[in-house]
Design a protein around this ligand. Sequence first.
Ligand code: SAM
Length: 414
Amino acid sequence: MHPNALLELVAELVANVLKLDAPADATVSAFFRQHRNLGPRERASLAETVYAVLRERLLWQHLAQSGAGPLPRRLAILAWRGSESFLRSALSPGETAWLDASRAIDRSTLAPKLRHNLPDWLATPLLARLGEEEFWRLAAALNEAAPLDLRVNTLKAKREAVQADLAAAGIKAEPTPYSPWGLRVDGKPALNKLEVFTSGAVEVQDEGSQLLVQLLAPKRGEMVADFCAGAGGKTLAIGAAMRNTGRLYAFDVSGHRLDALKPRLARSGLSNVYPAQIAHERDERIKRLSGKLDRVLVDAPCSGLGTLRRNPDLKWRQSPESVAELQAKQRAILASAARLVKPGGRLVYATCSLLDAENEVIAHEFSAANPSFTPMPAESLIEPAMLCEGGFLRLWPHRHQMDGFFAAVWQRQD
Ligand SMILES: C[S@@+](CC[C@H](N)C(=O)[O-])C[C@H]1O[C@@H](n2cnc3c(N)ncnc32)[C@H](O)[C@@H]1O
């Protein structure tokens, strides 16, 4: 494609994504479906440039003020992530001079906001919690691309064997540092046509999500519920840890998400999973299981701010108001899910948020209101201790090279 035609397409996609009315990955996929003629390299330039715009949006918008022409084109030029010579051949002499001048600006002289690229409502609590030095390390880590992690389905394969199969397909993968089932893949190779994937020997899953199963620690033959199962990333890991025995309920209010679980379930070889759509957290189907379950996981709907490396649009699509709404849902879901746990059973509450408001605050409130649930310190359930903070699993991209992740664990006494 002619360089300027591609740059114009990038600008169009930037404009679409910056409407912020849908998740960026959905907007990008829809755009690719409308432009089927684009090759893999063109798609990569488009997607990576759009994500670069989202990651450092405040910086680019500041620099773009001095340029000319439509704003989405200026943003696309500044954040361009394809071939440099290709970009330059698309630019007018005026644009070339402006790009060079923009790049020559010493970024360390810019206002903090233009360097961390986080909205104030998010930067303020993170800075207060982490302190200056660590806050800046987090801000830098959030603007890097996330690694691609796989979870080996131990019902079907061993980690070393999968690693060897991937190597035979020219894909380098190393065991993840903390999860015993994880492999971290080099780069972003297409995996979905490989035998290891189609046979159900692996699923894509961030290492942090894999660690959650160690906190839930489901055993053979138990009755377990994954209360917010979605497309079942955690369900599959829990079902495998139960060695395909017992009964694992996969609840969710979204039938559409549970539908996405079906093909994954078929590949996995699991037959102990019972997906069920519920109307809300107080659904009759839930009430019937009251006090009967050994383990319940609440992977709560949350702001997703721990996944900013993958979903940088979330920092612009969430707000203090949306976080307050999510907190209300989190409280209600945790309270209902807790009723399913039998005496002696275990309850786990998890989010992929960085904010105390969705994490420690919800967990402490629950403990205070439910004295029959005794907190179990995460440090006693998972190693090494540096994965935990204040009795909770607390993962950070800059400390642990994983998505931001939180989990609290309780045991029901009576
Ligand atoms: C963080 S996602 C779950 C991701 C999933 N556990 C996984 O590992 O792939 C949260 C899920 O909660 C579901 N949800 C929202 N409100 C709910 C409710 N009241 N009861 C149960 N699930 C709910 C959403 O549909 C969404 O799928």
